[in-house]
Structures are given as structure tokens and as C-alpha cells.
Design a protein around this ligand. Structure first.
Ligand code: BG6
Length: 483
């Protein structure tokens, strides 16, 4: 039975970057489309000593930045802002939480979104519980980073579990809110075509790329010492891998989907000290150019030398029957050539060619997640013509350009989906504790492997596709990255 929709949303970190860029605009978009419960009140809170009027001005500016003018008629903006009240809060003061509880004036049908520094999770949860805001009608959503290794992630999860059981805890991986990532599930399980081939007999390898052109973006405090492995692979990339590799779930309910994902995550072949050298590549960008504009190197941006990686490439394996012997090549990095998130599934070659010497390229399925949304299957077709030497074949694309197929549908911010599901109490697109822990277990081994060999990041020029060692990682297997 679906849980009752919420009447209150408490937003911690309401003056922060995520709230202004994503959460407030997403809530507004849901409101405009009539998707928020009509009685929903948004209680925004942060350290700043604003009052409600001042915070509404902050929210107004955030909407002006994020939403096109024609989607911001005054009446709708006013109606949305009237939902918001602001309560200043010091997470280390219990009396702050009492004031918050008084402002909420309810103990049920409440969703709480923690978009704060992880160091505040513990005191915030204790304060919420103290103020009676952790009862059976209260859900808690948490943003990353949820720890920096398995032990610290367990400590956070334990602190959460004291007040909020797993069925009321909503761990966010914003990639799961992306329309195209959900489309991966639709593609695999809404079509009969793929499943018979979706295994080691049909698939030769898989590539997952999340490349970015941005650099540090003023996130020095967070990013240096975290690095690409923990910032991107531990969460987003492993979630994508799990969705590609999981067995068909019995249904789209939270338990079925997350049970299948966690099995994949637990089947990841450990990469430790013996394997890290040949299965992983760490990189750090030096100076270069992005789209023709010169940009400084990482150390220069940082103002000092660092051994933090801004790029990582990994050859991973899922050790189960379905995927035995199929490499999953993962790579992600900052200051690369292009901004692009995609999954490439390379099928096996035909077992025997009847076309003599005409080369046959194996079929490929390219699932482009962003910035373009596209699903492309490459197939061999006869090249038109009357050749005496025999039939010529050429690789041709079959495109499902999602932008065209669904041109009339507005693309949603990932947080619209996630906030709506949080308010509705639907957990399928949120990450369960056992998934997070399986992810950290695999990541920690890699970091131990790096530490054992003092594996320093290799330099790459900003605007390139990463260090040359990343190319060698796949070329050794006769595979080229899809650039
Ligand atoms: C975040 C990382 O989780 O994801 C950032 O902390 C990264 O470093 C971002 O830039 C990428 O998200 P998206 O949605 O822009 O691909």
C-alpha cells in the first residue's frame, strides 16, 4: 500500500548550493505541475539568521537563476513561496530543534532532507529525535558524502538507524533520479530483444564513462583528499554498473530492485594490492585547454601539490554466471575533452562470416545519458551497389533519439523525481544500506592497493581523455574506449 503523502518537508542546508541550484527549483517545478500535496509546507532551515521573508527572497533569486521566465508567472511563484517558512538552527543546540518542532507543529507525514555537511548528521539526527521529529511518520533523506570509507559510512548509517529505520531512510544517489538512468531499466526489461543476449555469451565487454570538463569548481575543501574514485565511482558509476548487470527483478518495488543490485555489487571481483597496478589507472590533470580555452592544472588551482586523483579508469569484473569473463571498463574524470555520461555495450562478433574478407564490426549498443539522450544500436547492413567482388557491408546506426521521440515532454531535474518519491514514500530509486556498504567494501580494497604500491596519479593534459595508461588499460585487451 503506498505510504501517505507528506504534509511537511523540512529542508536542512536550505541556504546551501544544492538547495539553491536544485532543491528549491525542483520543488517549484513539482508545485507548478500540481504534484505537491496541496497542503505541503516547506520548513527551510540553516545556520543563517534569516527570517521567513528574507529566506523567501533567497528562494525567489534561486528560482530566477534556475527557471526560465515563462515558467515563472507571478501567481505561481507567490503560491510556492507562501509554502515556505524559515527557522534558523544551530545543529549543536537542542533548543534549536525544539523551535523547529514548534514551527512544524506536526509529528507525522513529515519528510526531512539533510543537505548539510556530514559532520552535522550526528548532532542533527540526535536533535531531531530529541524534538520528537523521528517518529514512525517521519522519513529522512540524506545526500552524499555518506562517509569516506566503509567504517565511516557504517558510523553514519548506525547514527541514522538509531532514529530512523531503513524503511524510512532515503539515501540519495542523484544519478538514479536521472530520466535516462531509469530508461536503462525500461530498455532492459521493457523489451524482449536484449535479455537473451545480455550475458557473457552475447556481450564481449561494457564501457561506462562519466567525463566532465569542469575542474575543482571551488570545492577544494571537499574534493581534495576525496578524489574521483570516491566522488564518482563509489556511488554513481557502481549504481550504473549494477543496473546494467543485475538480474531481472520480479517487480519495480524497492526490495526486488535493490536485492538484485546488491547481488551485483557483492559479486564485484576484489581489486587489491596484487591487481591495482594493472586493473586501475589514477590520473591528475595538468594545465591544458578546454574547448579552446586555456585552463590551469589541478595543483595550480589548489595552490599546492597533491596526490589526489581527478581521473580514474578501472577494469572490473562481476564474478557470477551471467558475466564470467566480461570486462566492465569504467572511467571518469574532471577536465576531460567532453562532458559525457554513457554506457557502451559491445556484443560479440558473429561466430562465422559468410562474407569472405568483408570486415564485420560487432554490434554495439550505446546508451547516452547526458548531455545528449540517445540510444543507438549499430548494425551491419549491405552497402547499396552492384559489386562483382561480393557484398560489401557497412556499420549503420539505429537511433532512438529520445529528444525527438519525446520532444513534447519537458526533461526533469533528477531531484524532481527524487523529491516526489521521497514525499510519496517510494524507495526504489534510493540506495539501501547494504548497497552502500558493498560499494565501499570494493572501493576500500582498491585504495588499499593504491596505498600498498604508493600508486601516484599520472599526469594528463586538461582537455584530453586522461593519462595514456588509461588507453593502454583497454588496448591490452584489444579494446578501444568510445571517444
Ligand atoms: C557529484 C560529484 O556527485 O556528481 C561531482 O560530487 C560531479 O564532482 C557530479 O561533478 C556530476 O553530476 P552530473 O549530474 O553533473 O553528472
Amino acid at each position: 500500500m503506498p505510504a501517505a503523502p507528506c504534509t511537511h518537508l523540512i529542508l536542512f542546508g536550505a541556504t546551501g548550493d544544492l538547495a539553491r541550484r536544485m532543491l528549491i527549483p525542483s520543488l517549484y517545478a513539482l508545485d507548478v505541475d500540481g504534484l505537491l500535496p496541496s497542503t505541503l509546507k516547506i520548513v527551510a532551515t540553516a545556520r543563517s539568521g534569516h527570517d521567513t521573508e528574507a529566506y523567501r527572497a533567497v528562494a525567489f533569486d534561486a528560482l530566477a537563476q534556475a527557471i526560465d521566465g515563462e515558467r515563472r508567472p507571478e501567481a505561481k511563484i507567490t503560491r510556492f513561496l507562501e509554502r515556505i517558512t524559515y527557522v534558523p538552527l544551530d545543529a549543536n543546540q537542542h533548543k534549536s530543534f525544539t523551535a523547529l518542532a514548534d514551527a512544524v507543529a506536526a509529528t507525522d507525514h513529515i519528510a526531512i532532507f539533510l543537505s548539510t555537511a556530514p559532520s552535522l548528521f550526528g548532532p542533527t539526527i540526535a536533535g531531531l529525535a530529541h524534538a520528537g521529529l523521528a517518529g514512525p511518520g517521519v522519513r529522512l533523506a540524506l545526500e552524499k558524502p555518506l562517509g569516506h570509507d566503509l567504517a565511516s559510512s557504517r558510523a553514519i548509517n548506525d547514527a541514522v538507524a538509531v532514529a530512523y529505520p531503513e524503511d524510512r531512510t532515503f539515501r540519495i544517489d542523484h544519478y538514479l533520479g536521472k530520466e535516462t538512468v531509469q530508461n536503462l531499466i525500461a530498455l532492459r526489461f521493457g523489451n524482449a530483444l536484449f535479455e537473451p543476449l545480455w550475458n557473457a555469451r552475447g556481450i564481449e565487454h561494457v564501457q561506462i564513462t562519466i567525463s566532465e570538463t569542469v575542474g575543482l569548481e571551488g570545492r577544494v575543501d571537499y574534493y581534495d583528499g576525496v578524489g574521483a574514485l570516491r566522488d564518482m565511482v563509489q556511488n554513481h558509476m557502481l549504481q550504473l554498473l549494477a543496473l546494467v548487470a543485475m538480474e531481472p527483478p520480479a517487480s519495480f518495488d524497492p526490495t526486488s530492485v535493490r536485492d538484485e543490485k546488491v547481488k551485483v555489487l557483492r559479486s564485484l571481483r576484489p581489486i587489491g594490492a596484487a591487481e591495482a597496478g594493472h586493473c586501475t589507472v589514477r590520473g591528475q590533470y595538468g594545465a591544458g585547454a578546454i574547448h579552446g580555452q586555456p585552463v590551469p592544472g589541478y595543483a595550480e588551482e589548489l595552490g599546492r601539490a597533491s596526490d589526489n586523483e581527478t581521473f580514474v579508469a578501472i577494469k572490473a569484473h562481476v564474478d557470477n554466471w551471467r558475466w564470467q569473463g566480461v570486462p566492465f571498463y569504467l572511467r571518469t574524470g574532471k577536465r576531460l575533452t567532453d562532458r559525457r555520461s554513457e554506457i557502451l555495450v559491445q556484443f560479440r562478433a558473429v561466430p562465422h562470416s559468410i562474407f569472405g574478407h568483408a570486415p564485420l564490426a560487432p554490434n554495439r549498443l550505446l546508451i547516452a545519458l547526458q548531455p545528449d539522450e540517445n540510444v543507438r544500436m549499430t548494425m551491419m547492413a549491405k552497402q547499396p551497389g552492384l559489386d562483382r567482388e561480393g557484398m560489401r557491408l557497412r556499420e549503420v546506426p539505429l537511433d532512438i533519439g529520445l529528444a525527438n521521440a519525446f520532444a513534447d515532454v519537458r526533461r526533469r531535474i533528477a531531484y524532481e523525481r527524487l523529491l516526489l518519491d521521497l514525499l510519496d514514500g517510494k524507495q526504489t530509486l534510493f540506495v539501501r544500506r547494504d548497497e552502500v556498504e558493498a560499494q565501499w567494501t570494493w572501493i576500500d580494497r582498491i585504495r588499499e592497493g593504491w596505498a600498498a604500491h604508493a600508486q601516484a596519479p599520472k599526469s594528463y593534459g586538461a582537455g584530453s581523455w586522461g593519462p595514456s595508461a588509461a588507453i593502454a588499460l583497454t588496448e591490452r585487451d584489444g579494446v578501444s574506449w568510445h571517444d
